[in-house]
Design a protein around this ligand. Structure first.
Ligand code: PEP
Ligand code: MN
Length: 350
């Protein structure tokens, strides 16, 4: 049962709602930031007369149908933007006027290279390191990532460089282990509708980067986020990474219209992955700039000094120099609309 409460209900009036709920065996929780919609649930169905007993209370305006409740991701439920902070020192902040850029290889491979890229990302102003230990590949015969060994390498590099990491979790059974290494979970495009995985990361207490499925609508992305929010984790960052089109000059079609729409529809931060959208390194900088201009709260970019060495996505990896150039462009763009680029505090001991 959903109760719509008066905005100016007194403490005593509210207490009579909670008291009646307790007496009748209902558990309660607010569904919105403004504390106007209260959900009351019981393990077994309540008596039909319960409804009228709640309706009689002074602070209750009406009983709503379940479909009337504002969804947790919506601006209706929470008008002010959510800021997601990542890392023990909040090294990255997404949303609410803060922009952060994530850089790193597609997959965790050679540890020396990972260390080199992580240090360069940090030095040039990247707030976080990316890199997949588990890789979701279309073909079961393609390189699948180096799994547990990849997590161990990420963990060592994270500690050495002092940079928070985001890495993909593919399997609900791996959530606990990945959480030991990651500062943020990545749920990839191919996993956007893995509801068991969404529920599991929703139970964890780490932020989640949720990528849009390449054939999913904006509404489907928001409902995937809703699974995480409804499970108790409010730290979700959405990511547009390109959708499937009919032309193969780019790997995907970067849907910036949807980025602008999402910024209005939801309070959650929205970032853009220009690498998987473009598929070609020469296009990553212009798409990254366009994404920030469209209002994105950050970027996630694939970076590698020698793409000939890698087993996945080498053709879309930008050099360290190009990554640095992108950071400078983002810095200039965010200044234009009064936002702030979050960059590492380089005074901290490495
Ligand atoms: C990735 O980030 O390397 C990746 C596989 O991305 P996506 O899920 O967007 O394809
Ligand atoms: Mn990739």
């Amino acid at each position: 049962m959903l109760l719509r409460l008066r905005a100016n209900a007194s403490r005593a009036d509210l207490e009579s709602v909670f008291g009646l709920a307790r007496e009748l065996g209902y558990e309660t929780r607010f569904l919105d930031g403004g504390k106007r919609i209260l959900e009351a649930t019981r393990p077994s169905p309540g008596a039909p007369s319960d409804r009228s007993r709640f309706e009689d209370l002074a602070s209750v305006i009406s009983i709503l149908d379940a479909s009337d409740a504002p969804e947790l991701h919506s601006r209706q439920a929470k008008p002010e933007p959510t800021q997601v902070r990542v890392g023990s020192d909040c090294e990255a902040i997404f949303g609410g006027g803060c922009v952060s850029v994530i850089g790193g290889p597609c997959a965790v491979e050679d540890e020396g290279r990972l260390l080199e890229v992580a240090s360069a990302v940090r030095r040039t102003g990247g707030a976080m390191l990316r890199g997949g230990a588990y890789k979701p590949r279309t073909s079961p015969y393609a390189f699948q990532g180096i799994a547990e060994e990849g997590l161990a390498r990420l963990s060592r590099v994270r500690a050495q460089v002092g940079i928070p990491v985001v890495t993909e979790v593919l399997d609900p059974r791996h959530v606990e282990r990945v959480a030991e290494v990651a500062d943020m979970f990545q749920v990839g495009s191919r996993s956007m509708t893995n509801f068991a995985l969404l529920r599991e990361v929703g139970l964890a207490s780490k932020p989640v980067l949720l990528k849009r499925g390449f054939a999913a609508g904006a509404r489907e992305l928001l409902l995937a986020a809703e699974y995480i929010l409804d499970s108790g984790n409010s730290e979700v960052v959405l990511c547009e990474r390109g959708i499937r089109g009919f032309d193969d000059v780019t790997r995907n079609v970067l849907d910036l219209g949807t980025v602008a729409w999402l910024k209005q529809a939801t309070h959650l931060p929205v970032i853009v992955d220009p690498s998987h959208a473009a598929g070609h390194r020469e296009l990553v900088l212009p798409l990254g700039r366009a994404a920030i201009a469209a209002g994105a709260d950050g970027l996630i970019v694939e970076v590698h000094p020698d793409p000939s060495e890698v087993h996945s996505d080498g053709e879309q990896a930008v050099s360290i120099e190009d990554f640095g150039q992108l950071i400078e462009a983002v810095r200039d763009l965010v200044k234009l609309d009064g936002r702030r680029l979050i960059t590492p505090n380089l005074e901290r001991v490495q």
